[in-house]
Design a protein around this ligand. Structure first.
Ligand SMILES: [Zn+2]
Ligand SMILES: [Zn+2]
Length: 295
């Protein structure tokens, strides 16, 4: 099997890596679909962090806007021997018991971790668990985390902006920091497979996110367990890493995807700046348990 987009980034196609207000994006699924249509994209995927909560709104929006092609996905944060890995999971059954349990365990562990961080910070700064919870605004239906702690510190007058808080008390090098508990990459591949979905490692060559990247061997062991593809066309992957990832994809006949990692006004990434070709999107839809929405 050959995939059209394998040697060069496709000029037309689908943007299958997009965030909305259901995680850390600033725009609704409706705005995502409207902008995709006005930019002439063939389709998009909604891939909020660790949740499927935005899927129903995205489906309604796709029908409303008349952009027929929508992949339903999630960007799942995972750990692989202390390398933090983002995995895109597409077209899986959101009601599958195994994947629901994985998400529920992650949410519980993260909530406990955030509460512990707040307890420590509250010993030295004027915030409380209530004041942190009060920062989770409508639409942001993800687990309370560091952004909310940062906003509570701003509301208490400790910092002027969220970024200042992230550079201070909330930073990963602060004494209050506790790492985010995540499932392993192996758990994610297994759970997504069990739920009938397709997994792709997001921005696997992004050195600005990770000091250490997944090795070829780590990627190959996930391929052996059923990993479907690699996101090669992403602004975070430098040219050398794109070459490395393409070589792995070619050797193992993996899907090669592209996406903007759009966050609305939350990041400079432009919707549609990186794309996935039609043949690959069709193959993702063929492998997944959900039909391509609107097709
Ligand atoms: Zn990511
Ligand atoms: Zn992302």
């Amino acid at each position: 099997m050959t995939h059209v987009g394998i040697t060069a980034p496709p000029a037309v196609g689908w943007d299958i890596h997009c965030h909305t207000v259901f995680s850390d994006g600033t725009e609704t699924p409706l705005t995502l679909l409207e902008q995709a249509k006005s930019r002439g994209l063939q389709g998009v995927a909604i891939t909020d962090h660790d949740t499927t909560a935005g899927w129903p709104d995205a489906e309604t929006a796709a029908t409303q806007v008349g952009l027929p092609l929508l992949l339903r996905g999630t960007e799942i944060t995972a750990d692989d021997c202390r390398v933090s890995v983002h995995m895109l999971a597409f077209q899986y059954d959101p009601d599958n018991a195994q994947i629901r349990e994985m998400f529920a365990n992650t949410r519980d562990a993260r909530l406990r971790r955030t509460k512990r961080m707040v307890e420590h910070i509250a010993e030295d700064y004027p915030i409380t668990w209530q004041s942190v919870q009060a920062q989770a605004h409508e639409g942001l239906r993800t687990t309370i985390g560091r952004p909310h702690i940062a906003d509570a510190l701003v509301a208490a007058g400790v910092y002027r902006t969220r970024s200042e808080a992230f550079a201070g008390v909330v930073s990963t090098s602060s004494k209050y920091y506790i790492p985010t508990p995540s499932p392993t990459t192996h758990d994610v591949v297994g759970a997504v497979k069990a739920a009938g979905g397709v997994t792709v490692i997001a921005h696997a060559g992004d050195l600005s996110r990770n000091r250490r990247l997944l090795s070829d061997e780590q990627i190959e062991s996930l391929i052996a367990e059923g990993l479907d593809g690699l996101e090669v066309w992403h602004r975070g992957n430098p040219p050398q890493q794109r070459e490395r990832l393409l070589a792995i994809a070619t050797a193992h006949d993996l899907l090669v995807t592209g996406g903007s990692d759009w966050h609305g006004k939350g990041k400079p990434n432009e919707l549609g700046e990186n794309l996935t070709d039609e043949a690959t999107v069709r193959e993702i839809a063929r492998r997944g348990v959900l039909p391509l929405f609107g097709a």
